[in-house]
Design a protein around this ligand. Structure first.
Ligand SMILES: [Fe+2]
Length: 232
């Protein structure tokens, strides 16, 4: 009898919430939180030092998360959308927070992408991404050369990306500040942070050395997954 009463209460509860949901009431109000690194702070040594990773993750990335939440708190209904959805349609953002979401939401999106596209493990370019890089750049070495040039060319703070269009064609682009490819309707495959905070402690003004060494950290398995979600 007791079980039956509990079952009835649960059923009524579920019907109540389904009814609210069908009338447009939202339940997700989840603030953004810092994601843990998928490796230790010192795991990317000697290419990226532990102190840089601590500052990058615990201070810079954390600040973007905090500032994004501060902006969205003014329009909490936007917590309903994924960060990618917000960044894909920045024209629809409320004017009073659009710059803050573009800069800090971009900062969150880009840093989570960046931390995930690096690994201390040795991985190799493979699968249809390997074929596509050969097709669109001639060879992996040529791709690296073109990517390095692009990353070096970023004036001030920004990013260099390997991106795919909707047909699976690859290209290299750069973005300034925390702008990112998804706002341009392009899919990021790999991306390097060339803000000085990403390398200055170890490399000082030698961005080219940082870029050269960064190639040792690319998680090609993750890059393949990124590309294979759009495998044309
Ligand atoms: Fe950064």
């Amino acid at each position: 009898m007791k079980k039956r009463i509990i079952a009835i209460i649960l059923t009524v509860f579920c019907l109540f919430f389904q009814s609210l949901s069908s009338h447009g009431f939202a339940f997700r109000y989840q603030k953004y939180q810092v994601k843990e690194l998928p490796y230790q702070y010192d795991s990317l040594e000697p290419y990226i030092d532990e102190e840089t990773m601590i500052l990058h993750h615990d201070k810079h990335y954390q600040t973007y998360v905090n500032n994004l939440n501060t902006a969205l708190d003014k329009h909490p209904e936007l917590y309903e959308y994924s960060l990618a959805d917000l960044l894909k349609d920045t024209d629809s953002l409320p004017k009073d927070i659009s710059d803050a979401v573009i800069n800090n939401g971009g900062g969150v999106y880009n840093h989570e992408f960046f931390f995930d596209i690096m690994t201390p493990k040795k991985t190799n370019l493979s699968g249809n991404l390997k074929s596509a890089i050969t097709r669109d750049f001639g060879s992996l070495d040529n791709f690296k050369s073109e990517f390095s040039k692009a990353a070096l060319s970023v004036f001030g703070s920004g990013w260099a990306w390997l991106v795919s269009d909707s047909d699976g064609k690859l290209s290299i682009i750069t973005t300034k500040n925390q702008d990112n490819p998804i706002s341009l309707n392009l899919k990021p495959i790999i991306g390097i942070d060339v803000w000085e905070h990403a390398y200055y402690l170890k490399y000082k003004n030698e961005r080219s050395k940082y870029i050269d060494n960064w190639f040792n950290l690319i998680n090609w398995d993750k890059a393949l997954t990124n590309y294979s979600e759009n495998p044309k």
